[in-house]
Write a protein that binds this ligand. Structure first.
Ligand SMILES: Nc1ncnc2c1ncn2[C@@H]1O[C@H](COP(=O)(O)OP(=O)(O)OP(=O)(O)O)[C@@H](O)[C@H]1O
Length: 503
């Protein structure tokens, strides 16, 4: 990048160098596509829009994820839990708007997206009640209610996003100059771009996979990010579909949390870390409970938390995110997607995805903020495994990042440690929802009391009841560990309460 005297992201100086690029490549990138991505249970955005070819008007009716084909499991669709009771997405009923979508993307804001008018009286989907998936409640793609919802979604697709031409992106990024490369994930390169009006943006260019894989990832990310609007979610400015697939995102001047936490982390004093913990929790609560649909991010990790000028965290990278219909308690996937070190046990064991998948990853993120250690260290040792004995022993001194010697608010630290402990509970039912997480982090009396009651009653329960509740976790060792763990949580709660009574 030319030195034009313009402000640059603080991380740009060294990240532009080739050595830094190599370093970026070693980051703990997300895994996508080990198992086939099929079935309605994937995000509507991926699948509904995934049938589109990037070339205008070229649309395959028999679309399927190329990963499914590669893994040879497409034909065994019915045997995967993804597909059980799933409606056929390859029906032609929605072809009309499928065909239109890429045309709209290419035409950009001249073509208003509210071509898709909302249908009135769209029935509100009921909140889920039972633990099991009610197949009779699964909306059929051809059912009027689902089509209505789709229309409602797309009426919200603002036309204000800029459709960048390739030459505009090239001009902004110095023709994808290495000097402008500010980030690299497993699936994309991110370039600093300077627009004609002098504003800076981040251009995310999808780089991995073949055309169809990239199309599915691009549309998945675009399909989610255009529907969300929250101060703690990365902001989309525009997109480009010429000569590749690009998302133009608001530039985060400090880069990602991982670039600071695993770089010059002395910069991250405790109050900034607490702010990042709170803001990320707010963003996740919004995704899970506050926006039009339940969105599971599925890849919460330090490199997907971007930091604004004043260190406000913004959740980014919706390449793996899923929409869950309200009637579904969870969604079962048949492939491992996400990032090692952040994935909960039920995901590894049964492919279960729900809000608690993100809650677990958020717990790992809290541990990273507390300890300054990475989710997986250089020898692939998990932070959770390292931290659990210290959490059980309530060993705050050993847990806390050595670069924060006593320079932290002890009350806040205790609350964050407590929250992390709860979020990484092995059994997902014992993890809090994000709205509860926020209450705990704020130290709200009522929620602390509730946790205390819950922990007490859990301690009183017999092992057999525990086993029914969480059949995955049936080793005596684990149950012993958990008892110790719960006792620690109780004692932490007692000390927090005592301190707040004294003050
Ligand atoms: N808006 C932005 N502003 C500044 N830097 C950004 C921005 N978006 C992304 N980056 C940087 O680029 C990196 C890679 O981006 P991103 O995580 O979206 O790519 P990815 O290929 O989807 O990653 P993953 O392998 O985790 O799936 C981020 O970790 C961050 O450092």
């Amino acid at each position: 990048m030319k030195d034009d005297g313009e402000p640059k992201p603080s991380h740009s100086n060294d990240e532009h160098k080739p050595e830094k690029k190599q370093q970026l490549k070693k980051e703990n990138h997300s895994v996508r596509g080990i198992r086939p991505r099929i079935g309605f249970s994937d995000s509507f955005s991926t699948l509904e829009l995934g049938g589109l070819d990037i070339e205008e008007g070229h649309q395959s009716e028999n679309y399927s994820s190329p990963r499914s084909i590669e893994s040879g499991t497409l034909s065994s669709r019915a045997s995967t839990s993804d597909s059980e009771g799933q409606p056929d997405l390859r029906g032609t009923n929605n072809n009309q708007w499928r065909q239109g979508f890429f045309k709209l993307l290419k035409k950009g804001s001249q073509m208003p997206f509210h071509t898709f008018h909302p249908l009135k009286n769209v029935p509100k989907l009921a909140r889920r009640k039972s633990k099991r998936i009610r197949e009779d409640l699964i909306p059929s793609l051809t059912s009027p209610s689902l089509n209505s919802s789709l229309d409602t979604e797309f009426c919200c697709f603002k036309s204000s996003w800029k459709n960048f031409t390739l030459s505009e992106i090239q001009a902004a990024t110095n023709d994808f100059s290495h000097d402008n490369l500010i980030g690299e994930g497993g699936y994309a390169e991110v370039y600093l771009g300077k627009l004609e009006d002098g504003n800076f943006v981040a251009f995310k260019r999808l780089t991995r996979g073949n055309q169809e894989e990239m199309t599915a990832d691009f549309l998945s990310e675009l399909g989610i990010i255009v529907h969300v609007d929250h101060p703690n979610i990365a902001k989309l400015i525009g997109y480009g579909v010429e000569g590749g697939m690009f998302l133009a995102l608001q530039l985060s001047p400090h880069g990602s949390l991982s670039s600071i936490l695993y770089g010059p982390r002395e910069k991250l004093n405790w109050s900034l870390r607490y702010k990042i913990a709170m803001g990320t929790a707010e963003g996740l609560r919004y995704l899970h409970e506050g926006c039009q649909r339940r969105i599971i991010h599925k890849d919460i990790k330090a490199s997907n938390i971007l930091l604004s000028q004043d260190f406000e965290p913004q959740i980014s990278d919706f390449g793996l995110a899923k929409w869950l219909p309200d009637q579904w308690t969870h969604h079962t996937v048949s492939k491992v997607e996400g990032t090692f070190g952040y994935l909960p046990p039920e995901f590894f064991m049964h492919g279960i995805v729900d809000e608690k998948t993100d809650v677990y990853a958020y717990g790992v993120l809290l541990l990273e903020l507390i300890t300054g250690r990475q989710a997986l260290d250089s020898s692939q040792k998990s932070l959770v495994m390292w931290a659990k004995p210290l959490l059980s022993a309530n060993n705050m001194k050993e847990l806390v990042d050595p670069v924060l010697p006593d320079a932290y608010d002890e009350e806040q630290m205790k609350l964050v440690i407590l929250t992390a402990s709860l979020c990484i509970e092995q059994a997902s039912i014992h993890r809090p929802h994000m709205s509860e997480v926020l209450k705990i982090l704020r130290g709200e009396e009522e929620s602390l009391k509730m946790i205390k009651e819950r922990q007490k009653s859990k301690l009183q329960r017999t092992y057999s009841v525990e086993l029914n509740d969480a059949e995955d976790y049936n080793s005596t060792k684990f149950l012993n560990d958990r008892d110790r763990y719960m006792e620690t949580i109780l004692s932490t709660l007692n000390s927090i309460k005592k301190e707040s009574n004294e003050s």
